[in-house]
Design a protein around this ligand. Structure first.
Ligand SMILES: NC(=O)c1ccc[n+]([C@@H]2O[C@H](COP(=O)([O-])OP(=O)(O)OC[C@H]3O[C@@H](n4cnc5c(N)ncnc54)[C@H](OP(=O)(O)O)[C@@H]3O)[C@@H](O)[C@H]2O)c1
Length: 229
């Protein structure tokens, strides 16, 4: 039985990832701040990713019952500076954004690493975005200028770096670590302006969460293929 944890699984793309993994027969812990928001077919697990004690408690709950974790999807994030020009962004915008999408990822991953190692064939999927790509941003390639968000985009650049550093260290441990871009999806995060559904956005994360043992690690991709860092 494969055991998965998806953070931010109460709505948006995370909810769809949790549903799709459960649909593939996994036991899915839906990391949520409000347990009533966990999708049907999943097990609600109270988890505010900014709360280290909550992350350790979550690891204890999973560990006591299953002794391992096979899939961790670091999905929870927020954008603290939508519509704010880079020069107007303050450290407060940065802190709120990084607290969830950067420090939260490290908090949860650090708490889950012993269980992921115990799996022997674990997958970590980090939900990032092409907006975090320094290569695309510096080339101004395909990046809508309205989406030049200093806090959000740089938090995802940090997440990309975190993805590579975890992947490099964990190579050979059976833990594959990859970053994915779901594309522009209609969720609360985008004010429902995206052209893709949350279910479509979830698909690439599910693919990387269900990689076979010969799958890649340390990659960054969308449904259409590899993206430059
Ligand atoms: N939508 C897109 O077009 C798009 C594009 C590229 C990348 N992404 C990435 O895909 C992921 C999902 O995005 P989305 O569009 O589905 O966002 P969303 O609809 O705004 O949902 C965000 C999720 O994060 C959770 N969250 C926020 N703060 C949290 C905290 N402190 N602890 C635990 N959970 C917390 C929310 O939980 P609550 O319900 O409790 O608030 C919610 O479940 C994010 O990493 C985002 O950056 C999205």
């Amino acid at each position: 039985m494969r055991i998965a944890l998806v953070t931010g699984a109460g709505r948006g793309i995370g909810r769809e990832i949790a549903r799709q993994l459960a649909g593939r027969g996994m036991t899915v812990f839906a990391g949520v701040r409000d347990e009533s928001h966990a999708p049907e077919g999943t097990r609600p697990l109270r988890l505010d990713v900014t709360d280290e004690a909550a992350a350790l408690n979550a690891a204890k709950t999973v560990g006591e019952e299953f002794g391992k974790l096979d899939v961790l999807v670091n999905n929870a994030a927020l954008c603290g500076d939508y519509g704010v020009a880079p020069a107007d962004v303050t450290a407060a915008h940065m802190r709120t954004t990084y607290e969830v999408g950067v420090f939260g990822v490290v908090t949860v991953t650090h708490a889950m690493i012993p269980l992921l190692r115990a799996s022997g064939e674990a997958r970590i999927v980090n939900m990032t975005t092409r907006l975090g790509s320094l290569a695309l941003t510096s080339a101004r390639d395909g990046i809508n200028p309205d989406w030049a968000m200093l806090a959000y985009n740089s938090a995802k650049s940090a997440l990309n770096a975190i993805t590579v550093l975890y992947a490099n260290e964990l190579e050979g441990s059976g833990i594959l670590v990859n970053g994915v871009d779901p594309g522009h999806c209609a969720t609360d995060l985008t004010g429902h302006t995206g052209t893709r559904t949350a279910a479509q956005g979830a698909a690439v994360a599910v693919r990387m969460a269900t990689l076979g043992g010969d799958g890649p690690t340390g990659t960054f991709s969308s449904e259409d293929g590899p993206l430059p860092w």
